[in-house]
Every structure is written in structure tokens, then in C-alpha cells.
Design a binder for this molecule. Structure first.
Ligand SMILES: [Zn+2]
Length: 197
């Protein structure tokens, strides 16, 4: 889906930072052409790149509640998306099946097509499109799990890291609880347990 492809022109890294694949107008030209929109190099400028970023982050924020991946800035990203939607108009396409086609050409047409996707795929497929729950990652992925419970873009990457971090947090909490209980019991004699973590 173009919405997923657009979102994943930026994705975060677990160890910090992120990869930006829509850094220049030339990147946006290439993206539009790869998604079927004829775009002239000279027609794509900084403001259109900013528009693409607004749509990208707005759609990422739109998806985030599918997976409890909401961040504080998501509300602002949704507001910014709502502000540019009037520039990205769609019209009914008398096709089989019925479709939605962009009114404008170029970058605006390509971004309007991104926004048509969530309408055309229907609520069941839309609900399966998610943003990785790890706030450092935020990759968009389709949840193919049987019961729709997938939360990580990849079990091998974010899933494994988060399980390991959760394990370490639990161990730390257990160790601290042991230390507290040892300190409370020390008056009665039992030696404090050695902290092996
Ligand atoms: Zn992830």
C-alpha cells in the first residue's frame, strides 16, 4: 500500500536515530515515479517535500492507535495532516471496482493517492496496518498474525530487543525487592542475599 511505503521512507533505529529516505526533492521525485505518478524534476521543491513529510507523519500518527504506539507529538502530526488534506483532493473514478483518483497531478496527486488507500482497502485491512510499538522504530507493517495481535515490525528485531529489555527490567525490580526485604530483615539475623545481577 502506498501509505505504508511512504511511512517507511523514514524508520527509526533501536540504537538511536533513524534513516531518512525522503531527504531531498530528488528523493521525492524518485518516490513519486516509483508509485506511478509522472513528476517533472523542476516541479518538486522544498515546500512539496515538506508537504510529503506532513502527510507521512500524519498517516503514521493515524495508524499508531492500532498498536498502542501513540506518542505525544502524534496529535500535532494529525492536526498538520488535517490542515493539508484540502490540497489533496480525490474524485470518484468510474472503474471496476470503483476507485478514487487524485484531482491534481504531480506530488499532490501522488500524496492524494496515499490518502485514498485507507478508504479503498476497507476497515479490516486498515486495522491490520500498524506502526511498530517500539517508539524508537515506528516502522509501518502489515500484521499477518492469525488473531491480529502483532505489535512489532519484526520479532527478530524489535520483538527480540523489547523482550530482552523487559527481562532486564524484571530482573532489576526483583533484585531491588530482594535488597529491600533483606534490609528489613537484617535485625533478625538472616544474611542479605548476595546480588548476583
Ligand atoms: Zn520495529
Amino acid at each position: 500500500m502506498p501509505a505504508q511505503d511512504l511511512i517507511n521512507t523514514w524508520f527509526g533505529r533501536i540504537d538511536g536515530g533513524g534513516e531518512e529516505h525522503l531527504a531531498t526533492p530528488a528523493d521525492l521525485v524518485a518516490w513519486c515515479r516509483a508509485h506511478g505518478s509522472a513528476v517533472e524534476d523542476a516541479d518538486v521543491t522544498g515546500p512539496q517535500l515538506a508537504l510529503a513529510h506532513t502527510v507521512r507523519e500524519g498517516v503514521r500518527a493515524w495508524l499508531a492507535p492500532h498498536n498502542d504506539a501513540v506518542r505525544p507529538e502524534d496529535a500535532r502530526a494529525l492536526e498538520r495532516l488535517a490542515a493539508v488534506i484540502p490540497e489533496l483532493t480525490l474524485q470518484v473514478a468510474v472503474t471496476e471496482p470503483p476507485g478514487l483518483a487524485p484531482v491534481a497531478q504531480g506530488v499532490r496527486g501522488a500524496l492524494a493517492t496515499v490518502l485514498a488507500g485507507p478508504v479503498l482497502v476497507g476497515p479490516k485491512v486498515w486495522a491490520r496496518l500498524k506502526v511498530c510499538r517500539d517508539p524508537r522504530c515506528r516502522t509501518a507493517f502489515h500484521d499477518y498474525s492469525r488473531n491480529g495481535s502483532g505489535v512489532w515490525c519484526s520479532m527478530a528485531a524489535c520483538g527480540a530487543v523489547n523482550k530482552q529489555e523487559a527481562f532486564v527490567r524484571r530482573r532489576r525490580a526483583q533484585t531491588q525487592a530482594r535488597k529491600r526485604s533483606s534490609a528489613a530483615e537484617i535485625w533478625s539475623g538472616p544474611p542479605a542475599q548476595e546480588d548476583r545481577t
